[in-house]
Design a protein around this ligand. Structure first.
Ligand code: ZN
Length: 466
């Protein structure tokens, strides 16, 4: 069976091959760097990493672009409140995001690039839409006229034909009930950053950056567009309207969306709060590979229920595979080969590959590997595992790890990084704000154990190492 993906656009599982040659042109909506990434965001990026690795496993080359949203309503508000420029404010969270990605072993896209470096491409796209009559101006802002794009709603499979023509929305994020003409270019407001341009002074809306950056680097029709399920509407619907409104060509052939991560109610909110950063989870002593494994183990179109226990279960699973690898590499086995084990290794490899080809069914792929590991361990204990059974077993593990990448232990850096300390302090502030003083105290103690002393002042929490 060929490689196939569920396409949100057609609501069907379809065979995948790139449009041109052997290179997959792919775009991912990146993080908005206004705060630390939530583990739920990182689930989407972990899925993207698995997708990249699997496409390469199947012999494709990648040209993958991911944006970093470093200007939007929330960033501007937060930067103003902190008395910082946009760049000063977003730099710290961009850095934190890159550290999280590195901890989770997420490959860098071929191009990872901030929105604010592509304002001219956005202006050009808006000017093009304006020339085609897809926009109108109001009070210095430019809006996309949804009525000019009759296919609006085709990705979310929603009939928007009844919406009021001319009703506008100014915020970047809104509910389905609020489908309206959205801002492409926002008029400058006092104190806010803006750019001078041929379409007037202003700043881009959130949606336009993805259309502009994707088409700038990858051409008018992408092979794959990826994002979290919460982006289907309005963000991706708007990306389609902006891009296809201009080119008249399909913007992306395949739309892949990763489901939500759900926090198990009670246990989880007590131990970690509703705001879970990777740093928060890692500070509880779990290795990053366990979290990578956990995020990868549930197929991306299923909701992932993140409980207080499942990082532990994931760590145990990773440990089991490492122990098996260690046995293969260090034990002395009798000469020869047990034929049935050679067959089982080959079957496991096939099932692993078929499962990944099947819309990245990671649960099934892992089951194939673990079933073989169990049988092989039993055979080792019984003296039935022989020296010639080692290479196919190692080959299976190598193929597994090319995608899952959890067998090599991380080097533990001594102590918490500054960013990790800041993340925990942010979590503590949230815990205090919702009067969860037990959690706030727990974080204070945890930091104290790492040699970090907190001091609460009227301007917020200061900290130092001792
Ligand atoms: Zn986007």
């Amino acid at each position: 069976m060929a490689l196939r993906f569920y396409n949100t656009l057609t609501q069907r599982v379809e065979e995948f091959a790139p449009l041109e040659g052997n290179t997959v042109r792919m775009y991912t909506c990146g993080p908005t760097v206004w705060n630390y990434a939530h583990v739920g965001n990182l689930r989407t990026f972990t899925f993207v990493d698995l997708l990249r690795r699997w496409l390469r496993y199947r012999g494709y080359r990648l040209d993958h672009v991911m944006n970093i949203t470093d200007v939007d309503d929330r960033i501007i508000q937060q930067a103003l409140a902190a008395g910082k420029t946009l760049t000063e404010y977003t730099e710290q969270y961009t850095q934190a995001f890159l550290e999280d990605c590195a901890a989770l072993r997420l490959e860098r896209p071929e191009r990872l690039t901030p929105a604010t470096e592509h304002i001219p491409a956005m202006v050009k796209l808006i000017a093009g839409l304006r020339a085609k009559g897809c926009t109108y101006d109001s009070e210095g802002s430019i809006y996309y006229r949804i009525a000019s794009f009759p296919e609006y709603g085709k990705l979310s499979h929603t009939d928007f034909s009844g919406i009021r023509a001319g009703a506008r929305v100014d915020t970047d994020r809104y509910d389905k009930a609020d489908a309206r003409d959205f801002a492409l270019w926002k008029a400058p407001k006092p104190g806010e950053p803006f750019w001078e341009s041929e379409i007037g002074p202003g700043r881009p809306g959130w949606h336009i950056e993805c259309s502009a950056m994707a088409m700038h680097y990858l051409g008018e029709t992408l092979d794959i567009h990826v994002g979290g399920i919460d982006l289907v509407f309005p963000h991706h619907e708007n990306e389609i309207a902006q891009s296809e409104g201009l080119t008249g060509k399909p913007f992306a052939r395949f739309w892949l969306h990763a489901e939500h991560l759900i926090l198990e109610s009670q246990t989880m909110s007590k131990s970690l709060g509703n705001f879970i950063t990777l740093r928060g989870v890692l500070s509880q002593g779990y290795p990053p590979e366990a979290i990578r494994y956990l995020l990868a183990s549930v197929p991306y179109r299923k909701r992932l229920n993140f409980t207080a226990d499942n990082p532990k279960a994931a760590a145990t699973a990773v440990e089991r595979l490492r122990n098996f690898e260690l046995r293969l590499k260090t034990e002395k086995f009798p000469e020869g080969a047990s034929e049935w084990l050679q067959v089982r290794a080959e079957q496991a490899r096939q099932r692993f590959e078929e499962s990944m080809d099947d819309d990245l069914n990671t649960a099934e792929a892992l089951a194939a590997v673990f079933e073989f590991v169990r049988e092989a361990n039993t055979a080792m204990d019984a003296g039935d595992f022989r020296s010639a059974n080692v290479p196919p077993a190692l080959d299976l593990l190598e193929r597994f790890d090319r995608i899952f990448d959890v067998l090599r232990p991380s080097e533990h850096a001594g102590g918490l990084s500054d960013a990790a300390v800041e993340a925990l302090i942010a979590e503590r502030a949230q815990a205090r704000a919702r009067r969860d003083f037990a959690r706030a105290d727990q974080i204070r103690k945890q930091l104290a154990e790492q040699g970090v002393i907190l001091e609460d002042t009227k301007d917020g929490t200061r900290w130092k190492r001792h």
